[in-house]
Structure formats: C-alpha cells, structure tokens
Design a protein around this ligand. Structure first.
Ligand SMILES: [Zn+2]
Length: 135
C-alpha cells in the first residue's frame, strides 16, 4: 500500500509541474519566441549582402541540425542569404544562441531580408526536390 501511494504522489507532482509550465506559457506573452530584434534601435537595419531594408519576422527553428546538410552550408548561407526567413537550422546562425537544450524556443523573431529569402528558397529548391518525398 505504501508503494502505491508514493507512486500516486509522484504522478500528482508531475501533473503539477506540467500545469505550472503551461500556466507560465500562458502568462508570459511570446514564451516560445526568442526576440532578437529588441536590441536594435528605431531604424530598420539593412542586409549587408543585398543592401535591402529588413523587416522583423517570426522564423521557425528546425529541430534539425546543420550537420545533416552539406558541410559548407553555413558558409554559403553567410555569403548569400544571411538574413533569410522561413526555417532556420540549429547552429546555422551565430546570432542565435544554441537552443538545443532549451526546446521551448521553437521560434525566433529576427530581421529578414526579402532578397535573402529568395536566394534561400532558390538554394533549397533542388535539395528539397531530391531529398524530400513528394506529398
Ligand atoms: Zn539579403
């Protein structure tokens, strides 16, 4: 009987922990979004590659790591589309802290350059066609 009651107490404690996390997410606005645009002043920054004015956008963080794609991808990304939107791989961008141990950050808010976005999509198009199953 003693064993049974202590197991029940454990389940209750777990449930309370989940409830606490859920409550914290509801209370703190943007709990799962890491905002990287806050430190920038009033003037919108320009992309250093394209010279285009960037706008803040929500970018999804992939659970995939840059290790699964071509080795030089990080270099390519920095040179050709350093400020793309859409989905970011873990470890792809130095400005985004390593979130692998903090999975509650599934999104970031950062400045996105429309030209980088285009270049990023164009780079991925053949890779996606080759590696992703058709839906
Ligand atoms: Zn750009």
């Amino acid at each position: 009987m003693t064993g049974h009651s202590s197991r029940s107490a454990g389940v209750v404690a777990d449930a309370m922990a989940y409830a606490f996390v859920a409550a914290a997410c509801l209370t703190l606005a943007g709990c799962s979004t890491l905002d990287l645009t806050e430190e920038v002043g009033a003037e919108a920054p320009r992309c250093e590659v394209h010279g285009t004015v960037m706008t803040p956008q929500i970018i999804k963080l992939s659970s995939g790591e840059a290790a699964y794609i071509p080795e030089d991808y990080r270099t390519i990304a920095k040179q050709h589309f350093p400020h793309h939107g859409g989905v970011l791989l873990q470890g792809e961008r130095d400005s985004i802290p390593d979130v692998s141990g903090r999975l509650y950050y599934r999104r970031v808010r950062d400045f996105v350059c429309p030209d980088c976005d285009e270049a990023h999509k164009a780079w991925w198009a053949p890779w996606n066609a080759k590696h992703r199953p058709t839906e």
